[in-house]
Write a protein that binds this ligand. Structure first.
Ligand code: CP
Length: 300
């Protein structure tokens, strides 16, 4: 189990081992890695994932080294290739957390180094570590995953965290998954198919009806700078306002991988259903578990 490149094919046993390890870390137990060095190589901006893995490594008593982009301006010299970057940094580290705008970059990186590569987001394809954080938050906050009614709302075509979450959820039992998105921005067929293959009921709708959900997962909408994708009126139809949130059952929880633009109104933050900051808080112990798994393979 050399790294974490995709949530496709991840087994329920592996997910449950990671959840158990995350719970151990939450409770102050779990293995530490004082000799390990974790490389954080991010070719795209990141707050939660980069700083989160940095913090998780420190909590594991590991060290980190960070590269935010390769040399790419004339003043900084010639551009460095992904291949050479990974060969170099990979040879110095015990695990490599990599984010890259190209979908095929993490698989390419993993083919160039024996160091475990952890996919921290590859283009519009996947974000498996975020999906494990989300899964852990659902398990911790709702107390279970099987049998839940989960709504995924937003640009499900482009939001990679929603893709990986669908793959992770496909490993659980008897879920009802409502994919709520504007026309043309629905969850790609390979992810809806994974859910259906897992025996789940999947509905694809364009109306933001949340009244019977247990979890509302707000994946995000295209940035306003992506002109022509959605009009302001269309964006507004998928915004989680206080009025929308108050339609949820009292026990339901709103999750979001963050960052948010305005897909969740700040007035929602004070409602009991708003759980995205708790989700963010829980993320560190799942990231510790993911690093522990990779370092266990690499440093054994
Ligand atoms: N959720 C997430 O991936 O956030 P960052 O882009 O800040 O890492």
């Amino acid at each position: 189990m050399p790294g974490l490149l995709t949530a496709a094919g991840i087994s329920r046993d592996r997910i449950e081992r990671l959840v158990e390890a995350a719970r151990d870390y939450r409770d102050g137990r779990g293995r530490r890695h004082p000799e390990a060095l974790v490389g954080l190589v991010f070719f795209e901006d990141s707050l939660r994932t980069r700083v989160g893995f940095d913090a998780a490594a420190v909590r594991l008593r590991a060290s980190t080294t960070t590269l935010l982009a390769t040399k790419k301006t004339p003043a900084m010299g010639f551009p460095e290739t992904l291949d050479d970057t990974v060969r170099s940094v990979g040879s110095w580290c015990d695990a490599l957390c990599l984010r890259h705008p190209d979908a095929d970059a993490v698989a390419r990186a993993a083919s160039l180094t024996t160091t475990p590569v952890i996919n921290c987001g590859n283009g519009r394809d996947e974000h498996p570590t975020q999906a494990l954080v989300d899964l852990f938050a659902i398990a911790e906050i709702l107390g279970r995953v099987d049998g839940l009614r989960v709504g995924l709302v937003g640009d499900l075509d482009g939001m990679r965290a929603a893709h990986s979450l669908a793959l992770v959820l496909s490993r659980f039992h008897e879920l009802e998954v409502r994919c709520i998105s504007p026309a043309g921005l629905g969850l790609p067929p390979r992810f809806t198919q994974a859910l259906r293959d897992g025996g789940h009921r999947v509905a694809e709708v364009d109306a933001l009806d949340v009244r019977d959900l247990d979890v509302l997962y707000v994946a995000g909408l295209p940035a306003p700078t992506r002109v022509g994708v959605l009009t302001p009126d269309q964006q507004a139809r998928y915004r989680v306002t206080r009025a929308v949130a108050e339609q949820l059952p009292p026990h339901a929880r709103i999750l979001c991988p963050l960052p948010r633009l305005d897909e969740i109104a700040t007035e929602v933050d004070e409602l009991p259903q708003a759980s995205y900051f708790r989700q963010s808080e829980l993320a560190i112990t799942m990231r510790m578990a993911i690093l522990d798994e990779a370092l266990g393979a690499s440093c054994a």
